[in-house]
Ligand binder design. Sequence first.
Ligand code: 13P
Length: 342
Amino acid sequence: MSSNELHQTAKQLVAEGKGILAADESTGTIKKRFDSIDLESTEDRRRAYREMLFTTAGAEEYISGVILFDETIRQSTSDGTPFPKLLADKGIIPGIKVDSGAKPLALAKGETITEGLDGLRDRLREYHELGARFAKWRATYSITDQLPSEYCIWTNAHALARYAALCQEAGLVPIVEPEVLQDGTHTIERSHHVTALVLDAVYRELFDQRVDVYGTLLKPNMVLSGYDASDRAGHDEIAEWTLRCLYKHVPSAVPGIVFLSGGQSDEDATANLNAMNARGPHPWQLSFSYGRALQAPAIKAWGGKDENVEAGQRAYYHRAKMNAAARTGSYAPEMEREAVAA
Ligand code: 13P
């Protein structure tokens, strides 16, 4: 892929009114999601669940790309259509999670480094052959009074940039995901401070390692009060702190910012994105790449039962539609009732 094609793919992923479905849960993470509906996680049930999401009629109106896991990119629908082909035929770009997870960072208690660089060049070549046109790598940082350390911030930034450069070499758009975890009792000001330090390090490394940021997307956390903080900021405050951070620390050459949902409820994730877009226009597209916030109601409605596939699809379609509305700042909580009416 030429650098122009990378730019094109990045732009298509943040096309107006559309966002990304993160369906790249590792085997361990999807097991936790299935545990919540008392469903044993087998390879075929994981396949059936993803088939339900990917065959949802009309989802392509609101979904530009789907991030897959290694197992999923090799799976097919029950009638034998490989998932990447099914998605591409609908105009949805297949993507792939390529990190192998956040592991304890040596000599840094309570901190992690994301692994997966060994052999990455060969794996990217294979994923491209399987149809992937973009990739994802997630680094995580915890907030305490002392953390994250500079050591954790810079080692993860270095790894994110090495991943991004390899992706561009292989013709895949890298989604760069530095996630400052919002667990704890911290204030929104502290979340802003830490997110700013992390973003500065990430862009410094991306530039040093010659990554063309026009052919990347950023997938950050929103700037929130800690989930256990006593006095938590509301949608307007979240929008203001998050925008302040992004305006100062993300180059305008980046075509799009696609938020993760983290531990926010599905409706909060939509309302916060909406509040930011209502304050637009912005230098970058502000969109979503949600996992939990797009899937939570769908997995619940499905419950692992074939007879509930349509209900699961309705729930997923509805969340995709709500988040698409949040892309233009036109979402209103009253629209949630449509799901019941459908
Ligand atoms: P959540 O939206 O559930 O945070 O997932 C997004 C994701 O891809 C995390 O890596």
